[in-house]
Write a protein that binds this ligand. Structure first.
Ligand code: FAD
Length: 408
């Protein structure tokens, strides 16, 4: 841990912030510099589609630490500064203004950008995506009771936008190409529960609908579906997924494939370059496969692990993926990334909106999804890593404590 070394982090989001903080917490005495193209100190994004969009909080809620924390730790922040090139062999990078900066170790924490629709009218005023603080501010200002908000894509962000629109008493319409909401992440039963939640809250939600293009003079006036259905709307929020920011890595010759390829310590195909967060395709030893996650917990914990590895740490990043979303009064949480199961078990009361759905394969717990039951859901992490098998009927029996099933 040489004091004359310079460790540089590209990206002042969640993974970038945690990398810098961890380097200092672990006693690194060299220079730590963060280059971030947004004009805001390291921050997290979940509040943007929740408290900030609802108007219950200002953007400062997104800050990872109170103002001054990183400066006090002697972390240099170059905000509003975009890195345009990495030269791995020279151990340098180039900034947008052409300046070259040398580094000893580098973290690429560039996250991703909201995927845009390559269609007619996508550039009209009133068509948004939601990734940044500026996006959230712009959308919030348009969510008035007399507005019609069209959401394209019934994924997590799209559904949170629809929920926020309804809370602001706007008209909310959601169109989704797949035949059900959050189809990649949820069982058909869970998709249906969330679909019904939105319908109960007044959202007009339509699945199996193919969007075609936007129309308007200078600003958005309507959206046209492939079957000719025309939706008059004031704003449209496109929530069709994330494109990982891998261009710097690819141009630098690093291995990429649905993200930057890293090992279990966050190291890329270059020994002095690391990556973590939404852009990192990493092996998950607990799931036995490579994954790229777009989640708050992963951005933090993978970055912490990788920062330690930059200092010579040997820890492997191995966690069961966890994700949450808040929509109306429903707290939705997911554990694991179940791909296949032969049995499900529901514990709790679906109609009352407080339950966990377990996914079992050959008696092994592959994952779980919970509505308003964070306690049981948290516990499934231990059940999944225990190597034990479980009976669906036991899991569904509220009289049997999960702790007891784990011990039994
Ligand atoms: C609206 C919203 C709500 C969410 N809600 C939840 C939730 O409820 N639960 C959950 O688990 N997860 C949620 N997430 C996901 C979670 O926020 C992300 O997984 C997390 O932000 C990823 O962190 P990151 O550091 O990898 O990327 P980011 O936070 O995107 O940070 C990357 C930063 O790098 C910058 N950058 C990119 N290229 C360059 C460059 N060349 N030079 C300089 N800087 C660059 C980017 O502009 C950005 O500031 C949400 C995400 C969004 C957008």
């Amino acid at each position: 841990m040489s004091a004359d070394q310079t460790y540089i982090i590209i990206g002042a989001g969640q993974a970038g912030g945690w990398t810098a903080k961890t380097l200092r917490d672990q006693g690194f005495e060299g220079r730590v510099v963060i280059f971030g193209d947004e004009n805001f100190p390291p921050h997290e994004r979940p509040p943007l589609s929740k408290e900030v969009l609802l108007g219950n909080a200002e953007k400062e809620i997104c800050l990872l630490w109170p103002p001054g924390t990183l400066e006090d730790a002697d972390i240099e922040m170059r905000l509003g500064t975009r890195v345009s090139e990495i030269a791995p062999d020279e151990h340098t990078l180039t900034l947008e203004d052409g300046k070259t900066v040398a580094w000893d170790k580098l973290m690429i924490a560039t996250g991703g950008r909201a995927t845009r629709l390559p269609v007619e009218g996508a550039d009209l005023d009133g068509v948004y995506t939601l990734r940044t603080i500026d996006d959230a501010d712009a959308i919030r200002s348009k969510m008035t009771p007399d507005a019609t908000v069209l959401v394209i894509g019934a994924g997590w962000i799209g559904l949170e936008v629809a929920a926020a629109a309804r809370k602001q008493e706007a008209t909310a319409i959601v169109v989704e190409l797949a035949d059900r909401v959050c189809a990649r992440a949820l069982s058909p039963e869970m998709s249906q529960w969330i679909h019904d939640l939105h319908v109960r809250n007044g959202v007009d939600i339509r699945c199996g609908v193919s969007f075609d293009h936007f129309e308007g003079d200078s600003r958005l006036q309507r959206a046209v579906m492939s079957d000719g259905w025309v939706i008059d709307c004031d704003i449209a929020v496109v929530g069709i997924g994330l494109t990982p920011n891998v261009e710097l890595a690819t141009a630098a010759g690093l291995a990429t494939d649905n993200g930057i390829i890293v090992d279990d310590k966050g190291q890329t195909s270059h020994p002095d370059i690391y990556a973590a967060g939404d852009n990192a395709n990493h092996p998950n030893p607990l799931l036995g496969r490579r994954i790229r996650l777009e989640s708050w917990e992963n951005a933090q914990n993978q970055a912490i692990c990788a920062a330690k590895a930059m200092l010579g740490g040997e820890d492997s990043y191995a966690e069961i993926p966890w994700f949450w979303s808040d929509q109306y009064d429903a707290n939705i949480q997911l554990m694991g990334l179940p791909e296949e199961w032969d049995e499900t078990a529901v514990r709790g009361d679906r109609d009352a909106g407080e339950f966990v759905e377990f996914y079992l394969k050959d008696g092994k717990l592959e994952g779980a999804a919970a509505i308003n039951n964070p306690r049981d859901l948290r516990f499934t992490r231990r059940m999944m890593t225990s190597g034990k098998t479980f009976n669906a009927s036991d899991l569904a029996d509220p009289e049997l404590k999960l702790q007891k099933l784990l011990k039994g």
